[in-house]
Ligand binder design. Structure first.
Ligand code: HEC
Ligand code: HEC
Length: 379
């Protein structure tokens, strides 16, 4: 480029998209595809991948925000932050079939980038609220109620559909430029280069400052990580932290694992403890003094007192079998794909052996990351 300038002949191509923009673009595409697939079509075991994709997207957006002030000419926000007049002009041009060439983003394309970045930021933020409220995980678990999490889950979904819409428009824009502008936009985003032309107004030249960007990324990234980690270490709102009462664990853990008190409503515990001599076909009778203690303990720690997912979703009893978690609508729906043979297998035993597949069952949390059907029950 130096030589050609020296010879006073314009180079035939010009680098428009620097390496930072190109890596960002394709890495973001990959992360968004993974997040969308696991979000729209995933099961509980894909939550972890969804979270990794979400964290990747937030780091990529952070990088892009920094690069918008430290990248080379066409990476900088000021080169594609166009006034509404310019946007209107662009739309009029499109309607009348005229075409002004832009080397970087055109006014509509520029606003699309800001819209995409804003939408992604909102998706990441609402996602953290859902993770905190519904799953009691992540930096917002200590302040977010289950109800808030469920409500924001709808908003998270609306933004996710919004992103799909924006991506569709973005692709339509690329197709339009390819057809009417005769621009090879896809290969330009791979090589970074576009054919130069002297009649295109060039924005003021800016040199990329990768070191400044790196330092900013490390500083903001570290501050963010420390903040997230310290918030995430706080106990979740309405999450039981005390170990299960030893007397209860002994008496009610003799035949099956001792269900966490937060799993059952006061009514369920009352019902179970009032008919111990006819306990699902077994005699589980206890001395009256022990029984009274257990009733008090279970009622004090019943689902009404907690705000975990299970304390809400298992609370609606099935009137036909009000004393079974495994008869609730939620439970039946969640486990409908598991064959009866798997529950009956030696490794599990019966439907109520939650701990056979949920390694955190005794804490009452039932995190999606802690589900594994044991070897002997996989058919
Ligand atoms: C003598 C053995 C025995 C003891 C002791 C025992 N249980 Fe059970 N429990 C059972 C059996 C058997 C079932 C039904 C298993 C099945 O569905 O096949 C059951 C089922 C349950 C269920 C329903 C699980 C579901 O969702 O299907 C609950 C709740 C329960 N027990 C609570 C308790 C509590 C609370 C105690 C302590 C007071 C207790 N159990 C003590 C044998 C016992
Ligand atoms: C045979 C293994 C097995 C047993 C036993 C079992 N589960 Fe599950 N559970 C699973 C699997 C697998 C999933 C995920 C289903 C899916 O992929 O949609 C699941 C999902 C769940 C979920 C939803 C998790 C989420 O994040 O979406 C909850 C809550 C749950 N189970 C509670 C229970 C309770 C309570 C019991 C006992 C009364 C129980 N499970 C017994 C295997 C089991």
């Amino acid at each position: 480029m130096m030589e050609s300038n020296y010879l006073n002949t314009k180079p035939s191509t010009i680098q428009v998209w620097d390496l930072g923009v190109r890596i960002f673009h394709w890495a973001l595409l990959a992360a968004v595809i993974v997040a969308a697939m696991t979000g729209f079509f995933g099961s509980p075991d894909s939550l972890q991948i969804h979270l990794i994709a979400g964290v990747s997207i937030s780091l990529l957006v952070l990088f892009r925000l920094i690069w918008g002030f430290s990248g080379s000419t066409y990476a900088r926000f000021r080169t594609f932050l166009f006034s509404p007049d310019k946007v209107r002009g662009r739309i009029q041009e499109m309607l009348t079939g005229r075409h002004t060439r832009y080397l970087g983003h055109n006014p509509l394309g520029g606003w699309m980038i800001f819209a995409l970045l804003a939408c992604l930021t909102l998706i990441v933020c609402t996602g953290s609220v859902v993770l905190g409220g519904v799953f009691k995980q992540g930096p917002l678990a200590f302040v977010t109620s289950f109800a808030t999490g469920r409500f924001v889950q709808e908003i998270h979904q609306i933004f996710a559909f919004g992103l799909v819409g924006l991506v569709g428009l973005h692709l339509a824009g690329v197709a339009y430029e390819t057809v009417f502008g005769k621009e090879k936009l896809v290969s330009a985003m791979i090589s970074g280069n576009k054919p130069d032309s002297s009649d295109v107004p060039a924005p003021p030249f800016a040199r990329a400052r990768p070191f400044v960007a790196l330092i900013a990324f490390v500083v903001f990234g570290m501050a963010g990580t420390v903040g997230v980690a310290s918030f995430a270490a706080r106990p979740g709102l309405g999450v039981p932290t005390a170990a299960v009462d030893p007397l209860y664990a002994k008496e009610c853990g003799a035949c099956h694992f001792a269900y966490h008190p937060s799993m059952g409503t006061a009514a369920l515990w009352d019902g179970i403890l009032s008919h111990l001599d006819q306990h699902f076909g077994e005699d589980a009778s206890l001395p009256e003094a022990t029984r009274t203690k257990l009733v008090a303990y279970l009622k004090e720690n019943s689902s009404e007192h907690w705000d975990t997912r299970v304390s809400h979703v298992l609370a609606t009893a099935n009137p036909k079998e009000p004393l079974r978690f495994t008869a609730t609508r939620f439970w039946t729906r969640m486990h409908r794909e598991i064959p009866d043979k798997a529950f009956a297998s030696k490794a599990v035993g019966f439907k109520g052996a939650c701990n056979a597949c949920h390694s955190d069952a005794k804490t009452g949390l039932f995190a999606p990351q802690n589900i594994e059907i044991p070897e002997g029950a996989r058919l």
